[in-house]
Design a protein. Structure first.
Length: 312
């Protein structure tokens, strides 16, 4: 495996990134706690909602600040694990933990109405899946990975498009939560389908696709943005006796694609079941006597017959 013995604590845990996420979590807890009294219209935020948001920050830090981020520059499997943590798991958790009143100031910003098209389900459906698929075109991926500023900008773009993609499903604003029932289920299914070609290309490729995991110079360039070691030391890590690979590059690539698809399908499937249950409950509300308003079972008709029989 890629050995992490030669890397210091700062390279493994990104203390600056850690401080940023701790500050973000503390700021969220203050605004939704003691600071809420200073915000007009702010309402109490349930503990479970706070847990969702803090959990989202945790997964986001795991993707971009923990050893997973460093390993993601060494093995494609960890790269896809980080992608899954950030865009498939953290993004919906952050939205689930965002109170509605938190977003009201954004809606009042100049030009906000003109950007309303960005939360159109068709637009959000296409934006993330296109951005994700384009990023994993080999030439694009290698270029982005070896250019630090572009790498950072593209990851921010992916995060924005991921939040927009999840917005119609986990909409924090009740007044614009228009996607319901089968439409929301269809939207989730469509997201799963649109991500499939990129994963299939990665999984079924007959050869390694990405130079940043096979070319020592490209790898050293990408790694140089993450760790303080010089290029000579990095090249020795790539090909020396403590060489950094668990498995051949092609198997690593295939495992990464499979892992991404499994996590995606697990999360999408879980949310699909939740959305279906919510829709079913709305369509079949409970009666005051404990029965369902729409109950086509034999027991329902037996109750009706018993109620209609004349008293003896």
């Amino acid at each position: 495996m890629f050995g992490l013995v030669g890397f210091d604590w700062a390279s493994l845990w990104s203390p600056v990134t850690l401080l940023l996420f701790v500050a973000a979590g503390a700021g969220y807890l203050y605004v939704t706690g003691p600071g809420r009294a200073r915000i007009p219209g702010a309402e109490p935020v349930p503990a479970v909602k706070k847990a969702w948001f803090l959990g989202g920050l945790f997964f986001l830090y795991a993707a971009f600040g923990s050893p997973i981020d460093l390993l993601g520059h060494m093995m494609f499997t960890f790269h896809m694990l980080g992608m899954s943590f950030a865009y498939i798991i953290a993004a919906p958790m952050l939205l689930a933990g965002t109170p509605e009143w938190f977003l009201r100031p954004i809606a009042r910003l100049p030009g906000a109405r003109g950007l309303k098209f960005l939360i159109n389900p068709i637009v959000t459906l296409l934006l993330f899946n296109m951005a994700f698929s384009i990023y994993h075109v080999p030439t694009v991926h290698d270029y982005v990975m070896t250019n630090f500023a572009l790498h950072t900008a593209y990851y921010v773009l992916l995060m924005i498009t991921a939040l927009l993609m999840w917005f119609p499903v986990i909409c924090p604003v009740s007044t614009i939560d228009k996607l319901e029932g089968f439409k929301k289920m269809g939207y989730i299914f469509a997201n799963s389908v649109l991500l499939m070609p990129a994963c299939a290309l990665i999984i079924f490729s007959g050869s390694p696709m990405y130079g940043t995991y096979t070319d020592p110079m490209l790898w050293a360039t990408a790694m140089g943005y993450c760790v303080p070691q010089g290029a000579t030391v990095l090249l020795e890590m790539f090909s020396g006796p403590q060489s950094l690979a668990w498995m051949p590059p092609l198997e690593d690539q295939k495992l990464g694609g499979v892992l991404m698809k499994l996590i995606q399908e697990t999360v999408y499937g879980s949310i699909l079941v939740y959305v279906f249950r919510q829709w079913y409950r709305r369509e079949n509300p409970k009666r005051d006597d404990g029965g369902d308003s729409l109950d086509p079972t034999p027991a329902y008709f037996e109750r009706l017959a018993a109620q209609s029989e004349p008293a003896k």
